[in-house]
Design a protein around this ligand. Structure first.
Ligand SMILES: *Cc1c(COP(=O)(O)O)cnc(C)c1O
Length: 405
């Protein structure tokens, strides 16, 4: 097992992955962002300001919570949750948007654009912009606008303009293309807040840094509350930011098993899932080289998942490197198994997870069953399920799985 560097090399590469596959027009903006981010890392004032916002505005640290009922139902490893659902706006996305908004202000950029899938990144971006008085425009696929109507209203309520993208499959990939196009023409005065560990360097490393607060807290809270590190950490992987955030600080502890869970959708056929590591191949998407789901002509595949936040044909380049090095194992979980876990955690623990997160929970329940009761499984509960209840009710009806009936 080769240990990878914790920062990409000067070309922005994690081994064979990462880099900058972008038009000339945005290179200068990426250089400026990289400089500003590097400077901010050793700037005490920036770090104090960010820490104060994470504490008093986002509500960190988020707790870790034991699941007594789920654990006794299963009779295997103890299941614990890292509660990013309790962060302001209900998911981990805010950790990144607050930090990038601060960088935008340092760069003198007053207009912010973002792409969003589930709408959580759009909401988290609109939130940061409202807090700092920045202009905010969010690109969102028409299909996701339908699935996540509540989040569209939230963004508008906080003063953001939402552009409905009707191109392609009308989901996250198309919204990202539209945001990139906007940035090509507006880069002088606009910062593009990318919502995951994807895109051209420095975004993958920078977003992972801003999300690593999740893993750092999990390590100290586990030592304090459980008396040891978890044996295994499980997180869902869309672009990969909540997973990278919890995994990265654990790379220093190679005895801890790290498992990333992708969307297995409704089957293994092309277009039926979003399991990039299991079914993809190296390629370039949205400005960096990573694993990409492609058809036999090398065109980016259409994807499917019941959760809008995992419905993406790419994955962060650092995950691709971790996959190749074996530092993280990747698996997938189907829509149906995720829906079952969504109901199970709600009913047994009174915690409604996001549909994205439900994929990680389904995997954790299965893993826990095969392990001894001394073992601890930590699931990154990346977000709360309130945004998903309407869609979940429709899906549960379709699957004949409606609770209480
Ligand atoms: C956006 C989102 C995800 C997927 O994005 P990552 O970058 O892979 O973390 C997962 N869970 C929730 C709750 C989300 O909002």
């Amino acid at each position: 097992m080769s240990l990878l560097p914790t920062q990409p090399d000067s070309s922005g590469a994690f081994g064979d992955f990462g880099g900058r596959y972008v038009p000339e027009t945005i290179i200068a903006a990426l250089d400026q962002l990289e400089q500003e981010w590097n400077a901010s890392r050793s700037d005490d004032q920036f770090q104090l300001e960010l820490a104060a916002l994470l504490k008093d505005y986002v509500g960190r640290s988020t707790p870790i919570t034991f699941c007594p009922n789920l654990t006794s139902d299963i009779g295997g490893a103890a299941i614990w949750l890292k509660r990013e659902d309790l962060a302001h706006t209900g998911a981990h996305k805010i950790n990144n948007t607050i930090a990038q908004a601060l960088l935008a202000i340092r760069m003198g950029k007053k207009r912010i654009i973002a792409e969003t899938g589930a709408g959580q990144h759009g909401v988290a971006t609109a939130t940061a912009c409202a807090r700092f008085g920045l202009e905010c425009e969010v690109y969102m696929g028409a299909e996701d606008v339908r699935r996540q109507a509540l989040n569209v209203f939230r963004m508008k309520l906080m003063g953001a303009k939402v552009h409905v993208v009707e191109d392609g499959s009308r989901t996250l990939k198309d919204a990202t293309n539209a945001a990139m196009r906007d940035w090509m023409g507006s880069v002088e005065h606009t910062h593009y807040i990318i919502g995951s560990v994807v895109g051209p360097h420095p975004f993958p490393a920078m977003v992972r840094d801003f999300q690593s607060v999740i893993g750092r807290e999990t390590i100290s809270q586990s030592l304090e509350t459980i008396g040891k590190l978890p044996d295994c950490v499980v997180a869902c992987v869309g672009g990969g930011s909540n997973a990278a955030g919890i995994f990265h600080p654990f790379l220093e502890h190679p005895e801890v098993e790290l498992i990333g869970i992708e969307a297995g959708g409704r089957g293994e056929g092309e277009g039926d899932h979003a399991a990039t590591m299991s079914h993809g191949a190296p390629g370039v998407l949205h400005g960096s080289r990573s694993y990409v789901l492609q058809d036999s002509d090398g065109q980016t595949s259409t994807v499917h998942s019941c959760s809008a936040g995992l419905d993406y044909p790419g994955v962060g380049p650092e995950h691709a490197a971790w996959h190749v090095s074996g530092q993280v194992t990747y698996r997938s979980v189907t829509d149906e198994a995720a829906l079952k876990a969504f109901c199970q955690l709600s009913e047994r623990e009174g915690i409604m997870p996001a549909l994205e997160t439900s994929h990680a929970l389904a995997a954790a329940v299965e893993l826990a069953a095969g392990r001894s009761s001394d073992e601890v499984l930590m699931v990154n509960l990346s977000g709360r399920g309130d945004k998903d209840v309407t869609e979940a009710q429709r899906l549960l009806e379709d699957h004949d799985m409606l609770p209480g009936s």
